[in-house]
Design a binder for this molecule. Structure first.
Ligand code: TYD
Length: 136
């Protein structure tokens, strides 16, 4: 699961750093149809706790830091994001949650499709059933 975390190249010079994100590359193998970001996060709260049936996403912690818990139904892994050049892919069929936000954390999310509540699996048991059905 470690290979879901990639380090994006950046341009740097005396003025600072610049990262350009382009769709349909090794880092974003999907087209980007939606961008959203979450901010004003409280360290004691969790977000996420769902999986998607079809949506592919990439998370970038562009400011601050957070923990992302990923679970494919068989394996679990925690990622710590604290640099804006870390790109964490969240493939479809991965249960994921985010927590332990430090002050002023902003998480940018690039998504392969528009928002569709029907694409969400929000119950963990339904998620495990979905994965079990997929594997048979
Ligand atoms: P939710 O999926 O619960 O957020 P998180 O995964 O970070 O815990 O979304 C919170 C609310 O925002 C919910 O009412 C759905 C809405 N929403 C949209 O309308 N469009 C979007 O693109 C997203 C991601 C959420």
């Amino acid at each position: 699961m470690q290979n879901l975390l990639q380090i994006h190249p950046y341009f740097t010079d005396g003025r600072g750093k610049l990262i350009a994100l382009e769709a349909l590359t090794d880092i974003f193998p999907f087209d980007i149809k939606r961008v959203y970001f979450i901010y004003d996060l409280k360290s004691e709260n969790f977000r996420g706790f769902h999986a998607h049936k079809n949506l592919e996403q990439a998370l970038i912690c562009i400011n601050g830091s957070c923990k992302v818990h990923m679970d494919d139904g068989n394996n679990k892994h925690n990622f710590f994001l604290n640099k804006p050049n870390q790109v964490l892919t969240v493939p479809k069929h991965f249960w994921h949650s985010m927590s332990e936000f430090c002050d002023n954390t902003i998480i940018l999310v690039l998504a392969s499709d528009h928002y569709d509540e029907k694409d969400y699996i929000r119950n963990y048991k339904d998620f495990l059933d979905y994965i079990a059905k997929k594997e048979t």
